[in-house]
Design a protein. Structure first.
Length: 153
């Protein structure tokens, strides 16, 4: 399983398609797991070509490890997206869920600290599990995301 303490951009070292629209991934830091992409593939129009199991099985590691790709369809899924999906699907701790929130929203430690009104050190401690995440911060993350959704909608 991936670890919530990651602060650098994730890079893949291995990508292997497995059954039922899942992909096994390994990251440069040695973490990894199996990511279920079925919901994304069957809801995102841009991923429609991958709905065929034979097409999905054509996944390969991108040239520099920044993505899994299906060259025959010019489709890529970034390592950061795969990490966020993996964490979301396997998160068991508030620290993991907090890290998923940061990754999903493209927030660095500094950006998350600005948005939440806490120090960078506090954001880092939340993500590593060194400090418990107060319920008010969990709710602030949900509210922040909703506010962003409304702004873009």
């Amino acid at each position: 399983m991936a670890h919530a303490t990651r602060v650098t951009r994730p890079r893949l070292t291995a990508v292997t398609p497995v059954a039922d629209f899942c992909i096994s991934v390994r990251f440069a830091d040695g973490s990894g797991g199996t990511v279920n992409l079925k919901d994304s593939i069957f809801t995102a129009p841009g991923l429609a070509p991958l709905r065929d199991p034979a097409a999905f099985s054509g996944a390969v590691l991108g040239e520099y490890g920044w993505e899994a790709e299906w060259p025959q369809f010019d489709i890529q899924i970034g390592a950061d997206t795969l990490l966020a999906d993996l964490l979301e699907q396997t998160s068991e701790t508030p620290a993991d869920r907090f890290t998923v929130w940061r990754i999903r929203n493209g927030l660095s430690l500094a950006a998350a600290s600005r948005e939440l009104g806490v120090t960078i050190r506090t954001v880092s401690a939340y993500g590593s599990g060194a400090r418990p995440i107060p319920r008010t911060v969990e709710l602030a993350c949900i509210g922040w995301e909703e506010e962003q959704r409304r702004k873009s909608g």
